[in-house]
Design a binder for this molecule. Structure first.
Ligand code: HEM
Length: 447
């Protein structure tokens, strides 16, 4: 792809309803909607409310957007209407983003992440034991998010999040609801007292309360022992350190991005174990073989190959981030088509990960497709699989999430068996790919 060539044609257009554009079809069935978009080509124009969008469906063109021509795009200004995250790493842009990323990156180096392994596994063991002790069924979405929040709080914030759990969940749900609304409803100003705006404000107020408490507890002459003390110390000691509003936005970003996605992935993995006894049996036999005791450790990780396969397949079939959004900062060429400045560009993981060109029986949950452990397996194009995005803005928490999920899944599978009566659970696509209803499961102790 060249950066920009005036002679290139515009991408083919999928027509939608006047005013609403494609919002109605997307809302009805996001998978069918993108199938239809794909029938027009690999780079396709459509509109959603007042937004002109371009869906990019070919892995090579996706790689161009995320990696090769990274600097021709910015994060969308609308930010899904979630203003409180605007100054955090997920939504910041330009120099602000660059300096935040440089400051925070060392917190995510491999050696650092590895020091969290024991905490991650210890919480997983306690979680599994609690589930076993619970009489009756547990709600997997709720149970996994308790786990990922505990880990996040302890490792990256140095605090016990138990007392704040409800408030953080309320904030996360408000952010999810707001960012999942299609752009038509996001166009309504957030000060209008609509029921949705009131719900959003209530959730965000709770999250802001937690952030205030955390900042109050933080150690200003600390060091970089966790994100909280790193930011508060930099703010107190450096002239160009983060402002208070930036710290607040950053904490909210990490409290949200750092637990919701991993919890959703773990929920789907456990749901599939309860649905597919053959997958559960192979996983149980691996963990029985590899683990010395009943809790996974850092040194077990390389030998947990099937556990890794189950997780890779989970992130393929149910990519938690659903889709990546950019806005063209200038006129640019994508896949041979001219995309004008300010166009909204969508890279839908949930569609690409189930595109029959790259994946046989794409709707099937089948960890054995990863028996060839390369990522993605076989000779598929690299960006036929991109659960953590790519290029300079790839997920900063990728290593953290992968290790946390692997230790948790292995430890849980070693200690208990998950069963449930759900035939299928609807897959809902919003700002995450999440279960459309509660997944209730029974947990029995193994051995
Ligand atoms: C399975 C779990 C996770 C998935 C699938 C996931 C996915 C993603 C994706 C796709 C992006 C790129 C978004 C874009 O390019 O617009 C991203 C960015 C980000 N993620 Fe994650 N994530 C996960 C876990 C985490 C965790 C555990 C943390 C924090 C501890 C985290 C923090 C972030 C942040 C701060 C960004 C913005 C990075 C930047 O723009 O520089 N994520 N994530």
């Amino acid at each position: 792809m060249s950066k920009h060539d005036n002679k290139q044609p515009l991408p083919p257009k999928r027509s939608g309803l006047p005013v609403l554009g494609s919002a109605v079809s997307f809302g009805r069935d996001p998978y069918a909607f993108y199938e239809d978009v794909a029938s027009h080509g690999d780079v396709v124009r459509f509109s959603m409310g007042s937004y002109d969008m371009v869906g990019v469906l070919h892995p090579d063109a996706i790689e161009d957007v995320l990696v090769e021509n990274f600097d021709c795009f910015r994060k969308p200004d609308a930010a899904g209407g979630v203003d409180v995250l605007a100054d955090g790493l997920l939504l910041a842009d330009g120099e602000q983003w660059q300096s935040q990323r440089t400051r925070l990156q060392p917190m995510f180096y491999r050696e650092r992440i590895e020091t969290y392994a024991e905490t991650m596994a210890t919480y997983a063991a306690a979680t599994a034991d609690e589930w076993v002790a619970a009489d009756g069924t547990i709600d997997l979405t709720e149970a996994t998010s308790t786990y990922t929040l505990q880990v996040l709080g302890k490792t990256l914030f140095g605090v016990d999040t138990d007392e704040h759990r409800r408030a953080i969940r309320a904030g996360a749900e408000a952010i999810l609801e707001r960012s999942s609304q299609n752009p038509v409803s996001v166009d309504l100003p957030s000060w209008l007292p609509t029921p949705s705006n009131r719900r959003y404000r209530r959730g965000i107020d709770q999250l802001e309360g937690v952030v205030d408490d955390l900042i109050e507890q933080a150690d200003e002459d600390g060091d970089d022992k966790d994100i909280l003390s790193l930011l508060v110390t930099a703010s107190a000691q450096e002239e160009d350190g983060p402002t208070e509003s930036e710290i607040r936005s950053q904490l909210m970003t990490f409290l949200f991005a750092g637990h919701e996605t991993s919890a959703t992935a773990l929920t789907w993995a456990l749901y599939e174990l309860g649905r597919k006894p053959s997958v559960a049996d192979r996983l149980h036999s691996e963990v029985d073989d590899v683990l010395d005791g009943t809790t996974a450790t850092l040194t077990d990780l390389p030998d947990l190959t099937y556990t890794e396969q189950v997780l890779r397949e989970t992130l393929r079939r149910y990519p938690p981030a659903a889709a990546i959004f950019r806005e063209a900062d200038e006129d640019v060429t994508i896949g041979g088509f001219r995309v004008p400045e300010d166009t909204f560009v969508v890279l839908p993981q949930f569609h690409v990960h189930t595109d029959g060109r790259w994946w046989d029986n794409p709707d099937q949950f089948d960890p054995s497709r990863w028996d060839d452990i390369s990522e993605p397996p076989g000779d598929r194009p690299e960006y036929s699989y991109f659960p953590f995005g790519g290029g300079p803005r790839h997920c900063i928490g990728m290593r953290f999430a992968r290790m946390e999920l692997k230790l948790a899944l292995a430890t849980i599978a070693r200690r208990c068996r998950i069963t449930h009566d759900h035939d299928t659970v609807p897959i809902e696509v919003g700002s995450t790919v999440h279960p459309g209803n509660a997944v209730r499961a029974t947990v029995q102790r193994r051995d």
